[in-house]
Design a protein around this ligand. Structure first.
Ligand SMILES: [Zn+2]
Length: 469
């Protein structure tokens, strides 16, 4: 470890020395003598001078405003971290975390000369290597900025970086383990390779343990906040249905979250007024420590696009959970009086058919279509598209999942509304295209009029009677 030089005031005495950036050839010169810290400290005091404003803003008086024109650091797990002079960070902690990742990625020993809220200064620990960085806040703000930077390393890369502790690895693992808690140690090792790190078996084991505990904690906290969040949803979305179902076998046991059903008024109105009478049910597994199932019901709108109606989280997929789902579906969209006035499509989901036949014995099934429904989605289970739409939300804690689905739906509906404002026909675009195609193909048909509304149509050697009344 390098002793901190902030214990003495020697840096105060050299304010008038040249700063690092002032060499005539523009390169950063770093003294490797004992005085290097002193020189650098001097530089720090000249932070104000370092905020170089563009010539057209030369009269800029506010250093914060001037500095905010610089590039903000953004974290991208896929790319290598690259720093540049004047780069901005939300705060000192973001800078420290980015610097740590950078050091691990590039594989070099770091010497933190100053590591304070008001300044961070570090250099490469290999003797003779010129890499050096210095960052400090912009004006009075908490925003951190790289004030001097020499990106050049002349040292050799070292893979066994002591900075890559199991705490650091655990932090990195949370992002990937959240989507796949079953990740093997081999895959973890492969994932760490992108940071240039080769942790030991022991390190992988303890990092994985730490990361899983952390994820579980996040999920657990999320369930605890659910009742409050549900109440907020009800208050801000009148006529929505948000139903939480708890499991409590006896009075001595604390209630435990079991299921949740959600559907909004916009979904009900949109479906009853503007959708085709055609719906599909589906269930997909949720990832993460409280693995349950996401149950959904979707419809098709006038333009043959997916229209989600309701979703629920349940412990699993069986006759009981689907029956429970149908009860709330009917409560919000019904009553259907045993007769679902819809064509329903469902895959061979566990328990879905049994529950469905119990709930709606008179409803149409996939293989027996009502005349009202003719659409191209019939042969494809369109709920699969819904699962793809839900995407990685499936691995998120329950509140994030609920909020994510609500937002996705809201954005989708607004986008469709905006688009539909540009339509010129009373028919939807996909239907217009279809009609055009049919019209084009019907040119080969011959039409004979029998009365004002009755026609005989001949298509090659087949005859049809068409009654328009
Ligand atoms: Zn170096």
């Amino acid at each position: 470890m390098v002793p901190s030089s902030s214990d003495d005031d020697s840096w105060m005495k050299v304010l008038n020395n040249d700063c690092e950036d002032s060499t005539s050839d523009g390169r950063v010169s770093v003294s490797l003598s004992d005085k290097s810290d002193i020189d650098f400290s001097n530089y720090e005091e000249n932070d104000e001078d370092e905020i170089v404003v563009d010539s057209e803003f030369e009269k800029e008086l506010d250093p914060l405003k001037a500095a905010l024109r610089s590039k903000m650091f953004t974290y991208n797990h896929k790319d290598d971290i690259e720093f540049e002079k004047r780069m901005l960070f939300n705060n000192v902690d973001t800078f420290r975390a980015a610097l740590k990742d950078y050091v691990i990625q590039k594989g070099f020993p770091i010497q933190r000369l100053k590591n304070e809220k008001s300044r961070c200064t570090a250099k490469c620990g290999v003797e003779g290597c010129p890499w050096r960085i210095h960052a400090s806040p912009v004006g009075d703000s908490t925003i951190f900025q790289i004030k001097t930077y020499n990106p050049q390393h002349t040292c050799v890369m070292d893979r066994k970086n002591p900075e890559a502790t199991s705490d650091w690895i655990a932090k990195k693992l949370i992002a990937v383990l959240r989507d796949n808690t079953e990740m093997t140690n081999k895959s973890i090792l492969a994932d760490m390779r992108k940071y240039g790190v080769q942790p030991s078996k022991m390190q992988v084991w303890s990092s994985k343990r730490k990361a899983l505990n952390e994820i579980e904690g996040i999920h657990f906290a999320s369930y605890g906040k659910l009742p409050k969040d549900a109440e907020l949803l009800r208050q801000s979305n009148p006529e929505c249905i948000v139903q939480i179902h708890y499991d409590r076998p006896n009075i001595e046991v604390a209630p435990r979250f079991l299921r949740l059903f959600i559907s909004f008024k916009a979904q009900k109105d949109g479906f009853l007024k503007r959708c085709k009478p055609f719906i599909g049910f589906d269930g997909c597994h949720l990832k993460g420590p409280y693995s349950g199932t996401l149950l959904t019901v979707v419809a098709l709108d006038g333009n043959n696009s997916l229209f989600p109606l309701a979703f629920a989280m349940a412990e699993c997929e069986n006759k009981e959970t689907w029956s429970w789902f149908f009860d709330f579906f009917e409560l919000h969209f019904g009553p259907f009086d045993n007769h679902l006035p819809l064509t329903c499509m469902r895959d061979r989901q566990k328990g879905l058919n049994l529950a469905y036949e119990d709930g709606f014995p008179l409803a149409d099934a996939r293989h027996a279509f009502g005349e009202a429904v003719k659409c191209d989605h019939v042969t494809n289970n369109f709920t699969e598209s819904f699962n793809a739409w839900v995407g990685d939300l499936r691995g998120k804690p329950i509140l994030t999942l609920v909020e994510g689905l609500r937002r996705k739906f809201m954005k989708k509906m607004h986008k469709r509304f905006q688009k539909s404002c540009t339509w010129r026909s009373h028919l939807t675009p996909k239907i217009v295209d279809k009609l055009k195609l049919i019209a084009d193909q019907s040119r080969r048909c011959e039409r004979m009029m029998a009365s004002e509304a009755l026609f005989e149509v001949i298509d090659t050697n087949k005859h049809y009677i068409v009654n328009l009344s």
